[in-house]
Ligand binder design. Structure first.
Ligand code: ZN
Length: 322
């Protein structure tokens, strides 16, 4: 009985991405095999065509998450979405990422071949002392924004927010943002790969500058920026052995769970994504550890967690259930 149940845990094989700003911490701290010393992203749970994760073991070993979505839909419950909706990544920013912004669903559908927009959120896995993220801008009008961008007055335009390990940040579409050097994050986002770059520090990638997307950025940037106080929260000291909700958005629900004495719950969501971000332990008797990513499918039933570990849990909001 127990064995049968554990076979339906969908453990995923991450897809690694080399980036001009990437490093080696995905290997050094998470134990993944990386393709180079410039590995920036680990697509940990993804059915997106640009990085479709394979199932690591069990009944569906070797199949991709998108194949399961197409052919084994019952695993994901009965939800009114046209693709596997979420994507979870770990990002290792050895250098600063470009200053960027993402479109919403409406804009992406019209101008990006039917793609989803990109609402995302970040759990800070590690940050250097005095780390700051770029979140938002100071322009009050579109003219002011256009002028600052044209004159490359980035220090006047961009808003920097101090962050530390354990912070959580919600990034709505239209929010100018950038992850900065030395930060590692776990990102939960809509399954989308649409990024508009405003500024890339004049860097070269393979000898040429990466493309900028000023016009599209100008069309999607929110003016003025949303209140920052609603976007950043500290969650390094939450109660143990209980689900702590980090965000309720239109696209995902995210929790942090720190296991200390043990936790037992029923998996009653259409699906539940689990990312182990620290420590290790047992789930229904099976060993799980930092860097493991898996999905508990629909009707999974009882889950028993023991050990000393931290997990980020996510699923889609109830409104999608049909
Ligand atoms: Zn982003």
């Amino acid at each position: 009985m127990m064995k049968q149940q554990n076979n339906s845990i969908l453990f995923l094989e991450p897809v690694m991405k080399q980036m001009v700003w990437g490093g080696s911490r995905l290997r050094d701290e998470f134990g993944y095999v990386i393709p180079g010393e410039d590995t920036g992203e680990c697509w940990a749970v993804s059915a997106h065509p640009n990085g479709d994760c394979k199932i690591r073991s069990g009944d569906f070993e070797g199949k991709t998450l998108s194949e399961l979505w197409d052919n084994e839909r019952a695993l994901f419950g009965s939800i009114a979405v046209d693709r596997f909706p979420l994507l979870a990544k770990i990002i290792d920013a050895k250098e600063d990422l470009s200053i960027q912004v993402h479109p919403d669903d409406q804009y992406a559908k019209a101008y990006e071949n039917g793609s989803l927009g990109k609402t995302e959120c970040w759990y800070i896995l590690d940050a250097p002392r005095d780390a700051k993220l770029v979140i938002g801008h100071s322009a009050r009008t579109k003219e002011e924004l256009a002028n600052r961008i044209a004159r490359e007055q980035w220090s006047e335009l961009l808003v920097k927010v101090p962050v530390r390990k354990g912070d959580f940040i919600q990034i709505d579409p239209g929010t100018v943002h950038a992850i900065t050097a030395g930060i590692m994050i776990l990102e939960i986002q809509q399954s989308s790969d649409i990024t508009y770059r405003l500024y890339d520090y004049g860097r070269l990638s393979g000898g040429i500058p990466r493309e900028l997307h000023i016009k599209k950025s100008m069309e999607v940037i929110q003016i003025p920026t949303t209140d920052l106080n609603q976007m950043v929260s500290h969650c390094d000291n939450l109660p143990k052995d209980t689900w702590n909700q980090l965000v309720v958005s239109d696209y995902y629900l995210v929790w942090k769970l720190e296991v200390e004495k043990g936790v037992c719950f029923q998996q009653n969501f259409p699906f539940l994504i689990m990312n182990v971000i620290e420590g290790d332990g047992l789930m229904n008797g099976q060993h799980i550890k930092k860097g493991d990513h898996f999905i508990l499918p629909n009707l999974f039933g009882e889950v028993q967690l023991q050990g000393k570990m931290s997990l980020i849990l996510s699923t889609i909001p109830q409104k999608y259930i049909v």
